[in-house]
Design a protein around this ligand. Structure first.
Ligand code: HEC
Ligand code: HEC
Length: 215
């Protein structure tokens, strides 16, 4: 009797351990530090940002090919409730709440290595106006050239985000957040210069950027 009971217990333990391992590779548990960042990227983030980081909904930012340092910084801001723009807090606070630094590095590595898919090209007249703003700024309004920080082709660098190929709607939403609030902790660099942009300038520059395809 006793032996049979021990055998059953031992078997149950083995099953639990094996079951636990394979589940870890498909886990959606954003509160379990054992789950790899890459697994969470594919199981959780993909629901909104897509498996390859090329989100379909234009309100959900594309993460494919984004700068890894920028992704790490933003995930830590969401985790610490420092990035408090309405949709950032609504969608990202709960998800980022228990991520470990290691998971955040894994998530950033995964998405930054995905290939950015070309986005919708815009009206040529708007694109021309937007490209001029992006490359030269608007000197009479004291708007610095966007290229000075985001790179000549919009690739970004370090914690300066990539903008090339990003969704226009998401970028316009963020330009308002950056100009009218201090809900983004590292947004101060953007605030004064966005003040010099008219709503039409914002549409033009983001229409241009959405269509940029990096080689
Ligand atoms: C339910 C939908 C949803 C899920 C799931 C989701 N996100 Fe997001 N995420 C959003 C939305 C919406 C925004 C834009 C928030 C805003 O406008 O500030 C966002 C913003 C971000 C940003 C900021 C991007 C930028 O350009 O500043 C990062 C980074 C990010 N998410 C990473 C992740 C990661 C990593 C996961 C998985 C662990 C994840 N998201 C899961 C909806 C989601
Ligand atoms: C002095 C440097 C600097 C200049 C010039 C600059 N930016 Fe930025 N921009 C930043 C930084 C830094 C951030 C990220 C802020 C953060 O981490 O919250 C940013 C963020 C953004 C974002 C949000 C991206 C995202 O994924 O959420 C957009 C859109 C943007 N900039 C557009 C522009 C445009 C358009 C111009 C030109 C009119 C411009 N920027 C000029 C430094 C700059």
């Amino acid at each position: 009797m006793k032996t049979a009971l021990y055998t059953t217990l031992a078997l149950a333990t083995v099953t639990l351990v094996i079951g636990g391992c394979s589940n870890l590779e498909r886990s959606r548990d954003i509160g379990n530090p054992q789950v790899q960042g890459k697994t969470l990227a594919m199981q959780v983030c993909s629901n909104c940002h897509s498996m390859d980081g090329n989100s379909v909904n234009p309100n959900f930012p594309k993460l494919a090919g984004q700068q890894p340092d920028y992704l790490v910084a933003q995930l830590k801001y969401f985790r610490g409730h420092n990035r408090a723009d309405p949709e950032g807090s609504e969608y990202m606070w709960g998800i980022a709440r228990k991520l470990t630094d290691e998971q955040i590095s894994g998530l950033a590595a995964y998405f930054s290595e995905q290939k950015d898919a070309p986005n919708v090209a815009g009206d040529p007249a708007l694109v021309a106006t937007g490209k001029a703003i992006y490359e030269n700024g608007i000197p009479k309004e004291q708007v610095a050239a966007c290229a000075g920080c985001h790179g000549q082709a919009g690739k970004g660098s370090g914690t300066f985000p990539r903008l090339a190929g990003q969704h226009k709607d998401y970028m316009i939403k963020q330009l308002y957040v950056l100009s009218q609030t201090n809900q983004r902790p590292a947004g101060a660099m953007m605030t004064s210069l966005v003040h010099g942009l008219t709503p039409h300038d914002m549409v033009a520059v983001t229409t241009y950027l959405q269509g940029v395809v990096l080689q």
